[in-house]
Design a protein around this ligand. Sequence first.
Ligand code: KG4
Ligand code: ZN
Length: 331
Amino acid sequence: FLHKLVLGIETSCDDTAAAVVDETGNVLGEAIHSQTEVHLKTGGIVPPVAQQLHRENIQRIVQEALSTSKVSPSELSAIATTVKPGLALSLGVGLSFSLQLVDQLKKPFIPIHHMEAHALTIRLLNKVEFPFLVLLISGGHCLLALVRGVSDFLLLGKSLDIAPGDMLDKVARRLSLVKHPECSTMSGGKAIEHLAKQGHKLHFDFKPPMQRAKNCDFSFTGLQHVIDKIITQKEKEEGIQKGQILSSAAHIAAAVQHTTACHIAKRTHRAILFCKQRDLLPQSKAVLVVSGGVASNLYIRKALEIVTNATQCTLLCPPPRLCTDNGIMIA
Ligand code: KG4
Ligand code: ZN
């Protein structure tokens, strides 16, 4: 008996990723090329640069996923590729590569919605019953949704402006953390988490956004601007130039992480209560799945744990390599 084998290809943002997964969820092989280092240098993703890097790497990454899985292209049952949402130039590389492969190999093509893939990834690892709640928090995503089936989603809330990872990246850039000896190779969010351990979260008192909004939406630009102002003020006080590391950087990191965690936890709490009141989620042992790059932040996870403990929910997070963009979730 031969299992069906699916090749998954992901290029929606700044990771070129591929994987081969069988129908029982076994990961046979995977490969990923991250562009993070290049984009750190330019202070953000420049779409044509991302496109070029996807072009340079996709062939090798798909090859590597196939060869580590010891699967020959002809043995594949289908090719699955992210088609939306994402950066158009990045998505295009994966899509045209896949369509070429589909044409060559005469295999079925499965178009994949990137957010749905994130939301469903947990099912590779845990037997999670529908319906469950999902919180996606990353550099490009911020949403709360009720997952009622493989392609049955109810959007409960989303960011009205930028995603939390984007905000953390902007704050990290403003603090010049790439020049910090301990964080130079980390993403903005990871650098903030690292530095926050050396600071005090209540040193600055940033207000969590949208405290009165009676919905499950998010907002992060207000907080970002408040922090920007504080940094400018501190730079004056400490008499340092833009681009140098502030002595209060760790306190700022701790406070922004704390405020972000509070905001995310409060909005999630509202979503859980909303669903339970309307019997959209089971009253006990409802599941909250948290995924996306920001979900690897342990401080934010702890804040979410407080919410799930208080509401008799179970908190599940895929391991970091499945939380961030990857080919496995697409396959
Ligand atoms: O899921 P992901 O790899 O890519 C997408 O945005 O789709 O997430 C990357 C984002 C970046 O904004 C990065 O700063 C953030 O996740 N991130 C973190 C941590 N690790 C990565 N944010 C907070 N704490 C972390 N430990
Ligand atoms: Zn993603």
